[in-house]
Design a protein around this ligand. Structure first.
Ligand SMILES: Nc1nc2c(c(=O)[nH]1)N=C([C@H](O)[C@H](O)COP(=O)(O)OP(=O)(O)OP(=O)(O)O)CN2
Ligand SMILES: [Zn+2]
Length: 125
């Protein structure tokens, strides 16, 4: 079994209106996202021979989402999440990419700060 990952970064603002501390205020992060794909086999022919999936094809799913909803956006509005925590954002990205047809999606990790991160594995695990 293989797990491959593709990382991306985005700068965004958010606020957690239900938080009882500083995160209730509007603030921003340099977010890091890591998308992981799982497979029990490698492609046996063609341009992706020996690969689970070309990293470049994963990026083709990620980049339009980053541009339209994440990078330099206010996440409460762009994602329509009422409380865009790392956990909620990871699930939102997972569902977006799954609906976008990215096969074999295993997990989405969101690193919100240098010291805080979460990984969402989907509802099935
Ligand atoms: N489980 C979660 N807890 C918190 C989230 C979250 O998304 N999920 N988000 C926040 C804030 O938005 C923000 O990220 C602050 O996090 P925190 O780790 O407290 O940030 P600090 O800068 O104080 O981190 P230090 O490295 O400890 O200085 C809050 N909680
Ligand atoms: Zn925050």
């Amino acid at each position: 079994m293989w797990i491959i990952s593709k990382e991306f970064r985005f700068e965004a603002a958010h606020q957690l209106p239900h938080h009882d501390g500083k995160c209730q205020r509007l603030h921003g992060h340099s977010f890091v996202g890591i998308i992981s794909i799982k497979s029990d086999f490698l492609q046996s022919e063609g341009s992706q021979m020996g690969m689970v999936l070309d990293y470049g094809l994963i990026k083709k799913h990620i980049q339009p989402m980053v541009d339209k909803y994440l990078d330099h956006h206010y996440l409460n509005e762009s994602t329509r999440l009422e409380n865009p925590t790392s956990e909620e954002l990871a699930r939102w990205i997972f569902n977006y990419l799954q609906n976008d047809g990215l096969d074999g999606l295993y997990s989405v990790e969101i690193r919100e700060t240098c010291t805080a991160s979460c990984i969402y594995f989907g509802d099935h695990q």
